[in-house]
Design a protein around this ligand. Sequence first.
Ligand code: ZN
Length: 274
Amino acid sequence: MTTPPPPQYQQGGNPYGQPQAPQGGNPYGQPLPPQGGNPYGQPQPPQGGAPFGQQGPQPFPQQGAQPGSCTFCGGLPAVHATVRGHQGFLVIMRFLKLKANYCRSCGIATHRDMTTKTLWQGWWGLASFVITPITLLGNLGARAKFNKLPSPTGGWGPPRDAGKPIFGRVGAYGILAPLIVIGAIVGVNALDDSADTAVVGDCMHRGSSSTSQPDLTVVDCTDAKAQYKVLAVIKGSFTSSEAEEKCTAAAPDFRYDYVETGSGSSFLLCLKDK
Ligand SMILES: [Zn+2]
């Protein structure tokens, strides 16, 4: 009842230091070599196509290329420009830039690629929320230069295909990521009716008869469930006698004080019957 071992996935060279045990056995008895599972564990070899890494596909200028001609195809006219990209990860960030001479076609192609990638890779960190829009706006200057150029001629190779417009590319919809995050935060806050969102003038409902956990929630004052009106909100942690003192000072006509002490926010509400 021996079955042949499953074909092993190899990525170039012989990743296995030792021959695998032939029969069934435990295929995981030996540590497996890395199989590209961790893209950040080792420097990746440059992968063609994207001028996004530090070393993008910058064709070596051929001999006899005219000075100032396009770095990518040798065509003229070309302008010197820097196109930037940004990648945010949770803790680290990458700032990418590709400084070169660009003809119209290669410039537009690079700008579209970098912008699209930045739109979906640029948001994954707090600082990146600020840096990504700056990067995108900064590239508009380079893009405007490219747009003014006529089509290139006389290059030693074909100019890059400008490709689809940015919003014809799936990655561009990464721009929705920050909107979704902001929308979610706003949405959660709007739905949150717990006592710590109460402000002066709000009305509250008591969901439980328990003295220690009265389950106060903010409700609309026109709501039949509204029982109390908030007269004062005081940040801080207070004992019951301190709370009474504070409410007496802040809202002399208060009837009840409610102290909540917890992670993040501790506060005191001074309430009266609605
Ligand atoms: Zn070019």
